[in-house]
Ligand binder design. Sequence first.
Ligand code: ADP
Ligand code: MG
Length: 246
Amino acid sequence: MTEVLETRGLRKAFGALQATDDVSLTLRAGEIHAIIGPNGAGKSTLIGQICGTLPPDSGSVHLNGVDVTGLSTQARAGRGLARTFQISQLAMEDTALQNVLLGAVGASKRAWRFWRPALRHADLRDRAEAALARVGLDGHAATVTAELSHGQRRQLEVAVALTLNPQVFIMDEPMAGLGAEGSARLTPLLDSLRQEAPILLVEHDMDAVFALADRISVLVYGRIIASGTVEDIRRDPAVRDAYLGD
Ligand code: ADP
Ligand code: MG
């Protein structure tokens, strides 16, 4: 399988605290790779290093075989690294459709030399409507975002990301704050999204992780202590001790 994203030996210290410590992982075409671990394990730090908001002390990040470690967040986004859910960037007073359009146009401004060729040929509104339909919000194009449920806003964030033709989705706790019903709606959407682009999924909701992940890596004190299939991880005694707690 093709490796779309790869990290090699990522490290980041905050003072005396080693937040990530030699993290090497891959994300392959078509898969969902979940990163699990207790609070403070370094999951968000790792995501920041991958997306370019936190420069690593050492190590490198590769996107489709290209070393992007020296590139800005915007340049990585322009190469198809789509980060969702960390902080909602939706404009609450605008409609769902306007948010998708703004996302597409905003991306074109932020990284316009990457997007200009696509924009010249594409009808933005068609793409925005297709993205809304893709996430199951076609009936809500004209709904003001503030009136959408929490779960529907997560679906909308996916639609915004989709207009950027993502190569990779990076998701930090998409299920956080959703009730059982919201998680149950988002799970099949994420399940099908891996067809468009593989997903690096940081998630605490273990039901969702076990339902979705092709591979799981367990991060504890900044280090990956185990990596494997759902069954491998469920059976791993070190993981049970350190994290699953039984
Ligand atoms: P997780 O997302 O797994 O909960 P984080 O990556 O947010 O963990 O944090 C890893 C560790 O690094 C924690 O101990 C956290 O307190 C610390 N940390 C994260 N960001 C900073 C920062 N900007 N300055 C100092 N310490 C930080
Ligand atoms: Mg975190």
